[in-house]
Ligand binder design. Structure first.
Ligand SMILES: NC(=O)c1ccc[n+]([C@@H]2O[C@H](COP(=O)([O-])OP(=O)(O)OC[C@H]3O[C@@H](n4cnc5c(N)ncnc54)[C@H](OP(=O)(O)O)[C@@H]3O)[C@@H](O)[C@H]2O)c1
Length: 248
């Protein structure tokens, strides 16, 4: 049996709650990693120092200049790109998640624009910039969405809509990049322990657990394991949204 080559991976948002679990899991498979930070450089540098050969780089998904600089630097550092994983997220108009909040009326123009900029526009322009490297490597893209985008659960409308857009993005990008062998999928976690789910209003976490078949929250490591599996094994799944929510 020939040894598998280590996957060259760029994990945008790779120092966050889920992103860090993704990076740790990919490192178990000996991936070569670039992970990004936006505001918390120290946390990203500390994580990178624990993962063999990993490098932390700055990336602001709301700025196409920053995305271009980061993708170009990551591709140069890794010598190509086998997997682009977007794992940063804006929580949307979370005022609606407070007691008495309204998921419709509490969405503002500012929250809508910021939410779509980070959750949809940024990932698109990252894929666009990385496309030559992904085509050259016959690589893949994994867009982290949310169950809020695929099932009618209580959520700020802007957050739910932006995460739903990732399924459309995965489908259209799969057509654009498929002829070069590039697979593009979205992954939709349910409520996880920690991270962005800290924004859930009181009681909602318990409701999610009550209605999940497995009767518990997910662990970031469980989503990370699915992402690592896709990076390692996926050769024919593309244009899909995969839900990892314990059966909600
Ligand atoms: N946690 C959950 O329960 C859950 C459930 C479903 C889906 N998700 C999705 O999973 C993904 C990760 O969420 P998480 O829980 O890990 O959140 P998190 O711990 O808050 O991490 C978010 C990450 O995004 C980065 N980030 C923030 N603004 C950015 C920007 N403008 N440009 C680039 N990166 C930026 C942060 O970097 P800095 O800290 O350096 O600023 C951080 O690394 C999100 O897409 C979220 O919607 C999470």
């Amino acid at each position: 049996m020939t040894a598998r080559k280590p996957a060259r991976c760029l994990v945008i948002g790779g120092a966050g709650h889920l992103g860090a679990a993704v990076c740790r899991r990919l490192a178990v498979d000996a991936a070569q990693l670039v992970l990004t930070y936006h505001r918390d450089a120290a946390r990203a540098e500390t994580l990178a120092a624990t993962l063999p050969g990993a490098r932390a780089m700055a990336c602001d998904l709301e700025s196409t200049d920053s995305i271009a600089a980061c993708v170009d630097a990551a591709v140069a550092h890794l010598g190509g790109l086998d997997a682009l994983i977007t794992c940063a997220g804006h929580p949307g108009g979370r005022a609606s998640e407070s007691p008495g909040g309204d998921p419709l009326l509490d969405v503002t123009e500012a929250s809508w624009d910021a939410c779509f900029a980070l959750n949809v526009r940024g990932p698109f322009f990252a894929v666009q910039r990385a496309a030559p490297a992904l085509r050259a490597a016959r690589g893949q893209v994994l867009l982290v969405g949310s169950v809020d985008g695929v099932k009618p659960v209580p959520t700020p409308v802007d957050y739910g809509a932006s995460k739903a857009a990732l399924d459309g993005l995965a489908r259209s990008l799969s057509k654009a990049l498929g002829p070069a062998g590039v697979r593009v999928n979205a992954l939709h976690p349910g409520v996880l322990t920690g991270g962005l789910s800290h924004a859930l209003r009181p009681g909602l976490r318990e409701d999610f657990v009550k209605h999940a078949s497995l009767k518990r929250e997910g662990r970031p490591e469980e989503v990370a394991a699915m992402i690592a599996f896709m990076v390692r094994e996926n050769s024919y799944v593309t244009g899909q949204g995969l839900v990892i929510d314990g059966g909600l």
